[in-house]
Design a protein around this ligand. Structure first.
Ligand code: GLY
Ligand code: MN
Ligand code: MN
Length: 465
């Protein structure tokens, strides 16, 4: 946990943004059963709850009164049965004091507080729930039918929380760098260890172990695959065979739950072959172009489109695309190979605050999401500001079903050389991802650099087996 003043300041700022605007209700996460009630998934607290209240245990809630300024932490003290199985724990009062809150009450008291606010005609603001049990609890507390709970979530509260969480404080940046450095160990270990004859899961399990032993585990399920053309491929049953490329997209969480998110692509063998070299170099070139543009005031959508243009030009040089690269990107033809966004905010969540609504996080009033295939998946488009932390993760993929579909439709046939693309259907994909912080006059890489130049990667692979 950070020192208590951090939490006091965060809540103070939230109260300023929401002043005179009723009551703010936060319901923390609960344990979730895996296959029977007492066998639970690893507990993960809600990130906004961590941000304002720091409590990393199930079964808590909190209220902030924006008129009186009162803040209350709700939870139940452990009883002897709990202590026998789970050990003694701080009391709710002690937990409240740790984050500078003066008042704490048993969980059952929450109902009457919320009811009183509603009876007085005051607005009860809450964030959109993403877990069923929390949704049910909000429904019970507020009387809003289940089916309306998500749509009646408070846009004002969402916007206020995004405004605070999107600008990372020094203490958060320090945590994120820890997460990226654990993530770096995962990646370097994978590069040093993978070899033909192992299965993907041999390495996927090994690196997940690093995340667990150095922090709070992984920040999202490990992607470690020779089928990198499937963007979020969580299957780890393939044999590693010479000639294939491996995409390793994985990250760790620190004990305070800040995330890292890195992707490296390397050959199963010791060296990239010439086709792999061409595509890999192009992805690295697009990433470097994107990184060179990072600065306050720059629209991330423009950075995304600049990377797309590097792709359209490079793919043209390789004979995979044709025509004018600017026109190809305007039309969206590059998305056959680059069907995702350049990056997303990162912090307490690997896709930071995605549960609050991507358009509130990566867009803003007056900046609408593109409806074009590819760019539509861009999670961050708005102007960069100092304190933003996000990923830069261009990739090129050869997705056989998508190639067949577009070719069959004759889609973008003036921009895509389908005959040549056919010969890449066994290629897989390449993605390279790093995590950046926007500073007052530019941006900086978070964490220690992780090898990504071709000669650096081949040097490590050359010693791997
Ligand atoms: N780790 C998934 C992503 O890069 O967005
Ligand atoms: Mn990633
Ligand atoms: Mn990412």
């Amino acid at each position: 946990m950070f020192e208590k003043n951090i939490y006091i300041k965060r809540r103070k700022k939230l109260k300023e943004l929401m002043k005179g605007n009723g009551v703010l209700l936060f319901v923390g996460n609960n344990d979730v059963p895996m296959n029977y009630p007492a066998n639970q998934y690893h507990f993960r607290q809600d990130s906004t709850f961590l941000y304002f209240f720091g409590v990393d245990e199930p079964g808590f809630a909190a209220l902030i009164d924006t008129d009186s300024g009162e803040e209350i932490l709700f939870g139940n003290d452990f009883e002897i049965d709990d202590i026998i199985w789970m050990g003694d724990q701080p009391t709710v009062k002690e937990r409240a004091e740790e984050v500078g809150m003066e008042k704490s009450l048993p969980l059952k008291e929450l109902d009457s507080y919320v009811k009183k606010a509603i009876d007085e005609g005051r607005k009860v603001h809450y964030l959109p729930p993403y877990r069923a049990d929390v949704l049910i609890r909000i429904s019970e507390l507020t009387g809003i039918p289940y089916s309306n709970v998500k749509k009646e979530a408070s846009v004002e509260l969402i916007k206020a929380v995004v405004k605070l969480r999107e600008k990372k404080g020094a203490e958060e940046i320090e945590e994120i760098e820890k997460a990226v450095n654990i993530t770096g160990e995962m990646h370097i270990t994978a590069m040093k260890t993978a070899r033909p004859g192992l299965y993907e899961r041999d390495i996927a399990g090994l690196i997940e172990g690093i995340a667990l032993s150095k922090g709070a585990g992984i920040s999202f399920p490990v992607i470690f695959t020779v089928h990198g053309e499937t963007l979020h491929n969580h299957y780890h049953g393939n044999l590693l065979e010479e000639g294939r490329l491996i995409i390793n997209d994985s990250g760790a969480e620190t004990t305070l739950h800040y995330a890292g998110d890195i992707t490296r692509t390397f050959p199963v063998g010791k060296k990239f072959d010439s086709r792999q070299r061409d595509i890999y170099s192009l992805v690295l070139k697009a990433q470097k172009k994107a990184i060179s543009m990072l600065a306050p005031g720059v629209f991330y959508r423009d950075v995304h489109l600049a990377a797309a243009k590097v792709f359209a030009e490079g793919l043209k040089d390789l004979g995979l695309m044709k025509g004018d690269p600017d026109e190809a990107v305007r039309a969206g033809a590059h998305a056959l190979f680059f069907p995702h966004g350049l990056g997303h905010m990162m912090g307490l969540d690997v896709h930071d605050m995605e549960n609050l609504g991507e358009d509130y996080v990566g867009y803003r009033d007056g900046l609408k999401r593109s409806e074009q295939f590819g760019t539509a998946y861009l999670r961050l488009a708005k102007e960069l500001e100092p304190g933003f932390v996000f990923t830069v993760e261009p990739g090129l993929y050869f997705i056989p079903k998508l190639i067949d579909l577009w070719k069959g439709e004759g889609k973008f046939k003036d921009f895509i050389n389908y005959d040549k693309v056919e010969t890449y259907k066994d290629f897989g994909g390449v993605r390279i991802e790093d995590d950046y912080l926007v500073t007052e006059n530019g941006a900086r890489l978070l964490g220690n650099p992780i090898p990504k130049e071709i000669d650096e990667v081949e040097e490590i692979r050359g010693k791997a087996y």
